[in-house]
Design a protein around this ligand. Structure first.
Ligand SMILES: Cc1cc2nc3c(=O)[nH]c(=O)nc-3n(C[C@H](O)[C@H](O)[C@H](O)COP(=O)(O)OP(=O)(O)OC[C@H]3O[C@@H](n4cnc5c(N)ncnc54)[C@H](O)[C@@H]3O)c2cc1C
Length: 393
C-alpha cells in the first residue's frame, strides 16, 4: 500500500512513527501545534520493547551515547533508605529481552528522533499548525488547522497527546479522573551534589502516601527526580506548571537525607508539578481513515514507564499493518486488533503499581516486597515484545 499520511503531533510518538513510515516508503507530513520543536527538561526511560525500534531507525548508538544504562532497579523505604529489593538492569535486561534499558533526557531523545526524521524529509514538520478537526470520505481525509490550512491525505494519525483533538472527534469526550497524585519533577546537575551520592541505578523510595524515583541522565551529568505525593490540591496535567519549592520541601519532609539533598540542590525556581489523571482504556480508536497513536490512544499513569514506549511500539506496528494489507481500512483493523489488548494491560498494570508503591505501612511494604519475584513473568511479557517481529494476527 502507498499513500500520503498526515500526522498531528511531533512528540516522541509522532516522530518515531513518521520515521518508521518513511523508512517503509510512505510519504508523511507532520503538523505540530507548537511554534518551536522540542521537549521539556525531564527524564524518560526506554525499555527493550521500544529500543528495538530505535535500532531499526539507526539511532540506537546515538541514544546510548547521551543516555544512561542503569545498573539495577532498587526499591527502598522512604525514610531509612532500607533496601527492600534489587534486581539487575544493565546486562540482564539486554540479555533477557534483546535490547538495552536506557534513561534519557527528553530533549535529547526528541532531538535525535526529529533529526532522524528530518534527514529523510527536510520539510517533514510544519510548526504552528494546530489541528482543529478532520473530514473523511471513502477516498481521502482532510485535516483542518487553526490557521485555515487544510491538508489532504490517505490517512490521518492523531499523535496529538493527552488532550487529543483527533481522539475527541473519533470517540467523543472520555472521562479523566484525578488519581489523587501530584508528580513533582526537578533535575539537578551532579556537580551540585555531594560525592559520592546515589549509585547509578534506578532508585525508588517508597513511603505511605508517596514515592520518589531518582535516576541519572546525560551520561550521568544530571540527576532526575520525580516525586509523587498524594494530595487533594488538583492542578493541571502539564509539564510546565511551576509550583513553589517550599511546597516541594514540605511534601517530602521526613524523607531520606538523599531526597533532602536533591530537593535542596535543585534550582528553587524550577520545580514543576503534574496532576496525574486516570483514563480507562478504550477499545476502538479508528475510523475509516483516521486513527490514534501514543497518549491519544492509551493515556497511562507513569508508574511502569511505558507511555512513550507504547507510542513507539504503535508506530512500528501501524507501519507493518499498512505494508501488510491492501487497504487503509484493513490496516487500521489489523493495527487496533494487535494493540488494544496489550496497551490496555499495560495501562492497568501502571495503575496497579500505584497501590504497590503507596502501601499504607512500612511493614506492608516489607511483606509485599519479600514475596515479589521481581515480576519475572510480567517482565517477559512486557519487555520481550518486539513490535518489529511480533506476529500480527
Ligand atoms: C511524570 C511522567 C513520567 C513519565 N515517564 C515515562 C517514562 O519513563 N517512559 C515512558 O515511556 N513514558 C513516560 N511517561 C509518559 C510519556 O511522557 C508519554 O506517554 C509520551 O510523551 C507520549 O507521547 P506522544 O507522542 O503520544 O504524546 P506527546 O508527547 O504529548 O506529544 C503530542 C504532540 O502533539 C502536539 N499537539 C497536541 N495537540 C495538537 C493539535 N491539536 N495539533 C497539532 N499538534 C498537537 C503537542 O504539542 C505535542 O508535540 C511519563 C509521563 C509522566 C507524566
Amino acid at each position: 500500500m502507498s499513500g500520503k499520511i498526515i500526522i498531528a503531533g511531533a512528540g516522541l510518538g509522532g516522530l518515531a512513527a513518521a520515521s518508521c513510515l518513511m523508512k517503509a516508503g510512505f510519504d508523511v507530513e507532520i503538523y505540530e501545534q507548537s511554534p518551536v520543536l522540542g521537549e521539556v527538561g525531564a527524564g524518560i526511560q526506554i525499555s527493550a520493547n521500544a529500543f528495538h525500534v530505535m535500532r531499526h531507525l539507526e539511532v540506537g548508538d546515538q541514544l546510548l551515547k547521551v543516555g544512561v544504562r542503569p545498573g539495577a532497579y532498587v526499591f527502598r523505604l522512604h525514610d531509612t533508605g532500607e533496601e527492600l529489593q534489587r534486581f539487575d538492569l544493565a546486562a540482564d535486561h539486554e540479555r533477557k529481552h534483546g535490547a538495552p534499558y536506557v534513561q534519557l533526557h527528553r530533549a535529547d531523545f526528541h532531538e535525535i528522533l526529529a533529526n532522524r526524521a528530518q534527514a529523510m524529509k527536510p520539510d517533514l514538520i510544519r510548526l504552528d499548525h494546530r489541528l482543529t478537526g478532520f473530514t473523511e470520505t471513502a477516498d481521502y481525509v482532510e485535516a483542518r488547522f487553526h490557521n485555515g490550512h487544510v491538508a489532504r491525505g490517505d490517512l490521518l494519525i492523531g499523535a496529538d497527546g493527552l488532550k487529543s483533538v483527533v481522539r475527541k472527534q473519533i470517540v467523543g469526550e472520555t472521562p479523566a479522573t484525578y488519581t489523587g497524585d501530584g508528580a513533582w519533577r526537578v533535575i539537578v546537575p551532579v556537580e551540585k551534589l555531594p560525592k559520592p551520592f546515589l549509585e547509578p541505578v534506578m532508585s525508588v523510595f517508597m513511603g505511605p502516601g508517596g514515592h520518589a524515583v531518582c535516576y541519572y541522565l546525560r551520561a550521568g551529568s544530571i540527576l532526575n527526580f520525580v516525586g509523587i505525593i498524594e494530595t487533594d490540591d488538583v492542578r493541571e496535567e502539564s509539564w510546565t506548571l511551576k509550583m513553589p519549592w517550599e511546597k516541594l520541601k514540605a511534601d517530602f519532609a521526613g524523607w531520606h537525607p538523599a531526597i533532602q539533598t536533591i530537593i535542596d540542590s535543585g534550582d528553587h525556581d524550577q520545580c514543576f508539578r503534574w496532576s496525574l489523571h486516570n483514563r480507562p482504556p478504550i477499545r476502538n480508536w479508528s475510523t475509516r481513515r483516521a486513527t490514534l497513536l501514543g497518549d491519544s490512544a492509551h493515556p497511562t499513569l507513569p508508574y511502569l514507564a511505558q507511555g512513550a514506549v507504547m507510542a513507539i511500539e504503535d508506530g512500528a506496528v501501524l507501519t507493518r499493518a499498512l505494508t501488510m494489507t491492501g487497504s487503509i481500512d484493513d490496516a487500521l483493523k489489523l493495527y487496533e486488533r494487535n494493540r488494544v489488548d496489550r496497551t490496555a494491560r499495560i495501562v492497568e498494570q501502571s495503575t496497579f503499581n500505584r497501590k504497590l508503591f503507596h502501601l499504607p505501612s512500612v511493614q506492608a511494604m516489607r511483606d509485599e516486597f519479600a514475596k515479589r519475584n521481581e515480576g519475572e513473568d510480567r517482565n517477559k511479557w512486557l519487555y520481550s515484545y518486539n513490535p518489529l517481529t511480533v506476529d500480527l494476527v
